[in-house]
Design a protein around this ligand. Sequence first.
Ligand code: 6PG
Length: 267
Amino acid sequence: MENTITVLSSQEEAAHQAALKIATIINTALMTRPLFRLVLSGGSTPKRLYETLSNGLHLPEISWDRVHFFWGDERAVGPDHPKSNYRMACETLLHPIRVSKHQIHRMRAEADDLKKAASEYEEEIFRHFGSREGGTPPSFDMILLGMGEDGHIASLFPKTDAVAESERWVMANYIPKLDSYRLTLTPVILNQAAWVIFLVTGANKADVLAKTLEGPRKPSQLPAQMISPVRGRLLWFLDRAAAGALKTQISSRPPYVNCPIEKGGIV
Ligand code: 6PG
């Protein structure tokens, strides 16, 4: 199934187009299923996306009461810490749309024992989805991801253990450059998702994005290259600044949609 890159004129437009696509996917899924399981990304890029989703302007109405929220990663801080991905999501999305506590599945990355916290989060995912034959990972309906200037996604930082993990769904991943552990979903479960949507904006991401999408396959150094949904779809929403180093011919009309990404990972 084709995966696509959409390039928009600005960060604002990229957030809005991504929000529109997300709203459409959620509403379509909820026509045939009771719940939608959404994995949120952290960092700063998604803030505008979450604000757009929560204020709902120029978007179809979403039955948020049927959406369950998970996280792709969390820093080793408490839920009230300014750097917490959970806190950012609460401020920009979860509080404004008034979801109830049972819909929120927070990573407890403030725990002293992060390896235990990773196993507990895996258990929470397992309980939520119910048992799976042979322990195959469940399929989240949608996983949102960003990308750091070094190419990391979630807390899968280049050359860290979690990038090449082949069994665990959730890991406490040590990040040498930060001298810190973080909790992160691994490609094992990321690649089971029905939709994986990247939102990457800003000129500071242009070089690493071009290497990721168009360069040689080096997933240890470019973790996004590990993302190749088994049965799902992979969408990239970029602004023109982040797409600035791409050689791929992107159509000349806004939104600039083009260049399917070959199956089996990033071309
Ligand atoms: C985090 C995020 C991380 C993020 C990138 C990009 O915890 O930081 O999950 O993977 O997507 O670091 O962050 P910005 O959007 O702030 O550039």
